[in-house]
Ligand binder design. Structure first.
Ligand SMILES: NC(=O)c1ccc[n+]([C@@H]2O[C@H](COP(=O)([O-])OP(=O)(O)OC[C@H]3O[C@@H](n4cnc5c(N)ncnc54)[C@H](O)[C@@H]3O)[C@@H](O)[C@H]2O)c1
Length: 252
């Protein structure tokens, strides 16, 4: 068990990649807080972990809400007394409403940035003081290839993911002297509810699979190994790193 006695918060842990990471953290012995906006998926993910003998606590949280984030961190500290790991994962992608910049509705821009970027900052803002007190911690940002490369008709989402990498690097250099390490994971195309509409078309599905040199889509479980590595002391000297888990997508 590589995360025994650790306390980890995973945002957006009710589904997809967040759920996969939360399950893996729990399997490695961590007590996991599932900070999820959807109570039905958050509850059932927590119950599944508990049913398998793991420690899990669901706290209904919209990461774009400062008061909800603050309350979630307070509840975590009053239940477990510390926070060792924060995995910032919760994000939204409004596929159908995403457009080129001049066509984009203000509310799509604002909601996307509020969850995907402000949410990562807010959770960090309220978790970091407890990490500073214990002089250790690991913060993991789930980023995206869209934060590095240009993708058509993905204005707000790409901007948020570019911002996530900027925030990750700024925090990495600010907190490394205090033994808080901050790193990012870049997934490739992962089969999750976020992509469900796109991947429900068989032609699109095989196209996405073929683009990656590994010739398959990723699964939420594929992210678990790197997430555990970054959460554990094995990554003690990893600061501001970007770890791709993409079947080679960004290597070509
Ligand atoms: N799936 C992919 O192919 C892919 C690729 C690259 C990066 N990513 C990134 O991986 C992360 C997870 O993506 P996914 O595919 O698992 O997404 P998903 O939509 O399948 O799951 C996201 C989860 O976050 C929750 N969530 C949404 N808004 C929230 C909020 N305001 N507060 C709290 N929880 C909220 C959702 O309810 C859901 O449970 C995201 O940061 C995404 O940008 C995904």
């Amino acid at each position: 068990m590589r995360l025994k006695d650790k306390v980890a918060i995973v945002t957006g842990a009710g589904a997809g990649i967040g759920r996969g990471i939360a399950e893996r953290f729990a399997a490695e012995g961590a007590a996991v807080v599932l900070a999820e906006v959807d109570p039905s998926t958050g509850e059932s993910a927590a119950r599944a972990i508990q049913g398998g003998g793991g420690k899990a606590l669901f706290i209904a949280t919209d990461v774009s809400s400062e008061t909800q984030v603050q309350a979630m961190v307070e509840k975590t500290l009053s239940r477990y007394g510390k926070i060792d790991v924060l995995c910032n994962n919760a994000a939204v992608l409004f596929f159908r409403e995403e457009t080129r910049a001049h066509e984009l509705k203000n509310e799509i821009w604002e909601r996307t940035l509020a969850v995907n970027l402000r949410g990562y900052w807010l959770t960090s803002k309220y978790v970091i003081p407890s990490m500073l007190r214990q002089k250790s911690g690991s913060i993991i940002f789930v980023a995206s290839p869209t934060g590095i490369f240009g993708f058509t008709n993905l204005t707000a989402y790409s901007t948020s993911k570019g911002g996530v990498l900027g925030l990750m690097r700024a925090m990495a250099v600010d907190y490394a002297p205090e033994h808080i390490r901050v790193n990012a994971i870049i997934p490739g195309t992962i089969d999750t509810p976020m992509n469900a509409v796109e991947l429900s078309d068989p032609a699109m599905r095989s196209r996405y699979a073929e683009i990656a040199p590994a010739r398959r889509l990723g699964t939420p479980q594929d992210l678990g190994g790197v997430a555990v590595f970054l959460a554990s002391e094995d990554s003690d000297y990893c600061v501001g790193g970007i770890f791709t888990v993409d079947g080679g997508l960004t290597a070509v």
